[in-house]
Ligand binder design. Structure first.
Ligand code: AMP
Length: 590
C-alpha cells in the first residue's frame, strides 16, 4: 500500500501499521494466541482442556475442540446469571453483545471485555486512512450516516445485553471522540443515541438536509439501512420541508437532547424547503441521493453477503455512485477491512487483521459431506490457499476458543502475507432482509405452525419455497405455498390465509420479530398460493437444467430470476400479515 501517499502523518502511521501487521501475519497470530492463552490459562474452560501458559499452537489445536454457540451456552448462561468466576475469560465480562445470529430463536449472547472496545477502535481508525488514499478531500465536508442504537436489557446477573453497535455508539470511544476533520458527521450524537427510531431517523435526515452541500459521503452500516432512510424521506419530506421553512422542529420530536442539538443548526430557509418539495414531491426518486446531496462521492454501505440484493436499488437511488464496503465484523470479533474500498461490490475482499484475534480456517467443500472423525485439520491464517473456501473459526481475548462463526469465506489473494477473503455466505441462512437470518429449520417450523391453521378447512401445504423480496422498501419474506384441498375448489377464506402469514411471523426468531415490530425494517410477510402442479414444474425446470431426478429436493429458498418468474406466473392469490408479530426486548427464559 502506498504509505507515502497518505493524506496526513497520522494516516501514514495507520497505513504503516497495516503493512506491519500484514507482513508479519503468522508471527502476530502466534503472539496473539500466546497472549490469549497465557492470560486465560487459569479459566475454567482452558483448565478443562489442560491448556496452560506453555501450551503452544499445535498443542492448543490438539487439546481444544472446535465448538459452536450451543456448546458454550451453559457457560454463557452462568455468566449471564451472575457467576463472576473466571469461566471463559480472566478479565471481567463487561457486557454481552447480542448477535443477530440466533440460537433457539433468541439472539446469541457474546461475552465481551472492556478492552475489546479499544481493539474495535483500532480497526475503525484504519478505515479512513485507507479511504483517503482513493478519495481525496474528504476533510472538506461531512458524512451523512444513518446510525441507530437498539434497546438493551440486563441479564439476570445485571450485565447489559445489547448489539455491538449500540455498545459502541454509547461508549466514550464514540461519544467523546476527538475532532477529526476526515470524520465529521452531519448527525448529532444525540440523534444517534435516541432509541425511538422515528425520532432518531427524523433528526438525522433533517440535519442531513440542512447541511446537504457539505455532504461528501452518504452511508449506513448495511445497505438495507440506507434504503430505509430513503423510504423515510419519501414518506416524510413534507414535514421535513415545513420544519426547514419555519426553522422550528416538529412537535413529534420530543427527545430534549435531540431538540437541543437540532436547534443549533435549524434556521428558517425557504429556498431549501422549496428545493426539497420540488425534488421529493414527484414519484420519481431516481438519483435522489445525488440530487439532494450533489457533492456525494460515494455510498458507504456494506453490500456484500446478504446485502448484495440491494445493489440495483441503491444504484437507482444514487445514479450509480460507487459503493464502498469498508469492513467485516461481528459481535464475536471485528475481523478486518477492505484495502480497496472503491472497488466494485462484486470484487470486494476483506483483509483479516491478524492482531484482532487468533483465526483458523475449516476447509469447506460444499460438494463433500463434512467428516468429523478424524477431526478436520484447521489451517492458520497465513496458510490458507487462494481459490479455496473456508469456515471462519476464532479464538478471542474475551474467551471464545476455536469458535465457529458460521461465515463461509473464499480466499481471493494476499496482501503481503495476509490473505484476503470474499464473503461467500453465512452458513444455513436462507432468508435475510436486513440483520435477520432465517435458516431452513426455522422456516420449516414456521410453515408447520401456520399450516395448522388450515387443518379445520381441510387444506394442507404440500410444498413450499420462499424468497426475500427486496424490490420494495422495506423488503419482506414471500412464501410460496402449494395447497392440497380436501374438497376441490373449497379454498380457506382469505382471512385464514392472512392469519397464516401472521402465524408464520410469530414463529420467526427474535431478530426478525424485532425488525418487524420495533424497527419497521421488514415488511409484512406474504404468502403466495400457487396453482396445483407448480412445484412439479419447478422440478421439471431444474431437471432440464441438469439436476438429477433422484437427488432433486425442493429448494426452500429461490433466488434465480427464471424460477421466481415461473412461481409468480402461477400465483392464484396473495396474502399479507395483517399485524406485527409480538416482540419484547426481554429474552425468553430458557
Ligand atoms: P452480528 O453478530 O449480528 O454482528 O453479525 C455479524 C455477521 O454479519 C457476520 O458474521 C457476517 O455473517 C455478517 N457480516 C458482517 N460484516 C459483513 C460484511 N462486510 N459482508 C458480509 N457480511 C457481513
Amino acid at each position: 500500500m502506498a504509505v507515502q501517499s497518505a493524506a496526513t502523518e497520522s494516516d501514514a502511521q495507520k497505513l504503516k501499521f497495516i503493512e506491519e501487521m500484514t507482513k508479519a501475519t503468522d508471527d502476530v497470530q502466534q503472539k496473539v494466541l500466546a497472549e490469549i492463552l497465557s492470560r486465560n490459562a487459569e479459566t475454567e474452560y482452558l483448565r478443562r482442556y489442560r491448556v496452560d501458559k506453555e501450551t503452544d499452537r499445535d498443542q492448543f489445536k490438539a487439546k481444544v475442540p472446535v465448538v459452536t454457540y450451543e456448546d458454550l451456552q451453559p457457560a454463557i448462561q452462568r455468566i449471564a446469571d451472575g457467576d463472576r468466576s473466571p469461566i471463559l475469560c480472566s478479565h471481567p465480562i463487561s457486557e454481552f453483545l447480542t448477535s443477530s445470529g440466533t440460537s433457539a430463536g433468541e439472539r446469541k449472547l457474546m461475552p465481551t471485555i472492556q478492552e475489546e472496545l479499544d481493539r474495535r477502535q483500532i480497526l475503525y481508525s484504519l478505515l479512513m486512512p485507507v479511504m483517503n488514499l482513493y478519495v481525496p478531500g474528504l476533510d472538506k465536508g461531512k458524512g451523512l450516516y444513518f446510525l441507530f442504537i437498539k434497546s438493551e436489557t440486563k441479564t439476570p446477573g445485571g450485565l447489559p445485553a445489547r448489539p455491538v453497535l449500540t455498545s459502541y455508539y454509547k461508549s466514550d470511544h464514540f461519544k467523546l471522540r476527538p475532532y477529526d476533520p476526515f470524520n465529521v458527521y452531519t448527525s448529532p450524537t444525540a440523534a444517534i443515541l435516541c432509541t425511538d427510531s422515528f425520532q432518531s431517523m427524523y433528526a438525522q435526515m433533517l440535519c442531513g438536509l440542512l447541511q446537504r452541500l457539505d455532504v461528501l459521503r452518504v452511508g449506513a452500516v448495511f445497505a438495507s439501512g440506507l434504503l430505509r432512510a430513503i423510504r423515510f424521506l419519501q414518506l416524510h419530506w413534507r414535514d421535513l420541508a415545513d420544519d426547514i421553512a419555519a426553522g422550528t422542529l416538529s412537535a413529534k420530536i420530543t427527545d430534549p437532547s435531540i431538540r437541543g442539538s437540532v436547534a443549533e443548526i435549524l434556521k428558517p430557509d425557504k429556498d431549501l424547503a422549496e428545493f426539497i418539495v420540488s425534488e421529493c414531491s414527484s414519484e420519481n426518486f431516481a438519483g435522489i441521493i445525488t440530487r439532494i446531496w450533489p457533492n456525494t462521492k460515494y455510498l458507504d454501505v456494506i453490500v456484500t453477503g446478504a446485502m448484495a440484493q440491494y445493489i440495483p436499488t441503491l444504484e437507482y437511488y444514487s445514479g450509480g455512485l460507487p459503493m464502498a464496503c469498508t469492513m467485516y465484523a461481528s459481535s464475536e470479533c471485528y475481523f478486518g477491512l477492505n484495502l480497496k474500498p472503491m472497488c466494485d461490490p462484486s470484487e470486494v475482499s476483506y483483509t483479516i487483521m491478524p492482531n484482532m484475534a487468533y483465526f483458523e480456517f475449516l476447509p469447506h467443500d460444499p460438494t463433500v459431506a463434512p467428516k468429523l472423525d478424524p477431526p478436520p485439520h484447521l489451517l492458520d491464517l497465513a496458510d490458507v490457499e487462494v481459490g479455496k473456501e473456508y469456515e471462519l473459526v476464532i479464538t478471542t481475548y474475551a474467551g471464545l476458543y476455536r469458535y465457529r462463526v458460521g461465515d463461509i469465506l473464499r480466499v481471493t489473494g494476499f496482501h503481503n502475507a495476509a490473505p484476503q477473503f470474499r464473503f461467500v455466505r453465512r452458513k444455513n441462512v436462507i432468508l435475510s432482509i436486513e440483520s435477520d437470518k432465517t435458516d431452513e429449520a426455522e422456516l420449516q417450523g414456521a410453515v408447520e405452525r401456520a399450516s395448522a391453521l388450515l387443518r379445520p378447512y381441510g387444506a394442507t401445504v404440500v410444498e413450499y419455497t420462499s424468497q426475500a423480496d427486496a424490490t420494495k422498501i422495506p423488503g419482506h419474506y414471500v412464501i410460496y405455498w402449494e395447497l392440497l384441498l380436501k374438497e376441490e375448489g373449497k379454498w380457506p377464506e382469505k382471512k385464514v390465509l392472512n392469519d397464516c402469514c401472521l402465524e408464520m411471523e410469530e414463529a420467526m426468531n427474535t431478530v426478525y420479530r424485532q425488525s418487524r415490530a420495533a424497527d419497521g425494517s421488514i415488511g409484512p410477510l406474504e404468502i403466495r398460493v400457487v396453482k396445483r402442479g407448480t412445484f412439479e414444474e419447478l422440478m421439471d425446470y431444474a431437471i432440464s437444467r441438469g439436476a438429477s431426478i433422484n437427488q432433486y429436493k425442493v429448494p426452500r429458498c429461490v433466488t434465480f430470476p427464471p424460477i421466481i418468474e415461473l412461481l409468480d406466473s402461477r400465483v392464484i392469490s396473495a396474502h399479507f400479515s395483517p399485524a406485527c408479530p409480538k416482540w419484547s426486548p426481554h429474552r425468553r427464559s430458557t
